[in-house]
Design a protein around this ligand. Structure first.
Ligand code: HEC
Length: 139
């Protein structure tokens, strides 16, 4: 009986050790962005109407969804390979943390694993439309 308990607990420990090492580590939380103050004050150059959100949605589907996910939860198919969590756009805390101009800056300039879209979405109003769409993802 004692041997069986011993064997059983050894197997249990081995199983735990196996899972502890095979489960990937959590993604890093993004560090604060350094954004020039002028972006905070920048006025959104796209009207926040349904048409602009529709354009933003189409651009988001093409350029952002693969990492940020359909609803902006940071769960797109490419997100699993990212070292840094892409953020949760549905979170009220995310939405209030940044002004429109700051989101515009992040999309335009990127950093590290977050690509820059100054040339992939060359139209400034298009990038502002993406900002409007990101706003619409708030829960
Ligand atoms: C290749 C994957 C990838 C694509 C494509 C991508 N992003 Fe990101 N994005 C990331 C990652 C990873 C981060 C976190 C990186 C960091 O903060 O250093 C991030 C960060 C962000 C942030 C800041 C989030 C926060 O909480 O600070 C915003 C806003 C953002 N992305 C918007 C967009 C938009 C809009 C698009 C499309 C125009 C886009 N991203 C395309 C991977 C991506």
């Amino acid at each position: 009986m004692k041997t069986r308990i011993f064997l059983f607990s050894t197997m249990l420990i081995a199983a735990f050790a196996f899972f502890a090492f095979s489960v990937p580590q959590d993604q890093k939380k993004p560090a604060p962005w350094k954004i020039d103050a002028k972006f905070k004050a920048m006025k959104n150059a796209a009207p926040g109407d349904a048409e602009s959100i529709k354009l933003g949605k189409a651009l988001y589907a093409k350029h952002c969804k693969s990492c940020h996910g359909n609803l902006g939860l940071g769960d797109g198919p490419k997100a699993a390979n990212m070292e840094t969590f892409p953020g949760d756009f549905s979170d009220a805390k995310f939405q209030s943390a940044y002004a429109d101009g700051e989101l515009y800056f992040m999309i335009t300039a990127g950093r590290d694993e977050m690509p820059k879209f100054d040339s992939k979405i060359p139209d400034e109003e298009g990038r502002w439309a993406v900002v409007n769409y990101v706003r619409s993802l708030k829960k």
